[in-house]
Design a protein around this ligand. Structure first.
Ligand SMILES: [Zn+2]
Length: 234
């Protein structure tokens, strides 16, 4: 069935032109046979994507230039304090973070997380040069960063090794958040020489505990799990 392109009347397939307005009837298939070319190019014009390696080189150069530039400024111009350590530390963190993304994508995720933790530790250590004492670094920063790194590694291990779902991931996250908060409070207590006890982190622990129990119930009861999945559309 075809229709006139001009007046829209229905046409018989044998007609060469419209009986009403005399517009010629052209079969689309015949256009190509007649050598008719499309006004649009066949190939999509696309800008070449930036290669990861090039981006890696760019990031490395920009970060090193920033770090070296600040170090030189600190050494020769603004010599009042070791302020450049703060910027150099940030550059180190950004570089370490960008390794798995653009420089060496095959780097195992556990190693990446470990290096991230170490980079943050190094940065905090650099700050000790600007503070009166480095005690806070050894007694607060190192334990907290180490705990956070271990928890991040554990979270990755759980997500990779155990059955994955949004509910399960939420379960791991809430459990780890509770452990992290309890850890931070205990480290702070020890730092200030107070007896180890829970106050604010007890609240976090309770809330997370309730959520974790609810999530475990959800996970272990198939009917409940399905009901939640249907209602939340995941
Ligand atoms: Zn017509």
């Amino acid at each position: 069935m075809s229709y006139c392109v001009n007046c829209g009347v229905e046409l018989d397939s044998s007609l060469k032109s419209c009986p009403l307005c005399h517009t010629p009837v052209i079969h689309p298939g015949e256009l190509q046979k007649a050598g008719f070319t499309s006004p649009y190019p066949e190939q999509k014009g696309q800008v070449e994507t930036v290669k990861r390696k090039d981006l890696g080189i760019l990031i490395t150069i920009v970060l090193s230039a920033t770090a070296i530039g600040c170090a030189l400024l600190n050494l020769f111009v603004f010599t009042g304090s070791l302020w450049s350590l703060l910027i150099i530390g940030i550059c180190i963190i950004l570089f370490v973070l960008s390794i798995p993304a653009v420089i060496y994508t095959k780097q195992p995720i556990y190693l990446s997380l470990l290096l991230d933790g170490i980079a943050i530790g190094v940065y905090l250590y650099m700050i000790t040069f600007l503070t009166a004492s480095a005690r806070w670094f050894w007694e607060l920063a190192v334990p907290i960063v180490a705990l956070a790194t271990i928890l991040a590694e554990l979270l990755t291990l759980c997500i990779r090794r155990l059955p994955v779902s949004i509910i399960a991931t939420a379960l791991y996250l809430f459990a780890e958040a509770a452990i992290l908060c309890v850890g931070i409070e205990l480290f702070i207590d020890r730092y200030f020489g107070k007896p180890l006890s829970l106050s604010w982190s007890a609240i976090v622990l309770t809330v997370c505990g309730i959520i974790v129990i609810a999530l475990i119930t959800l996970l272990s009861t198939r009917r409940l799990r399905e009901a939640v999945r249907r209602r939340l559309h995941f």
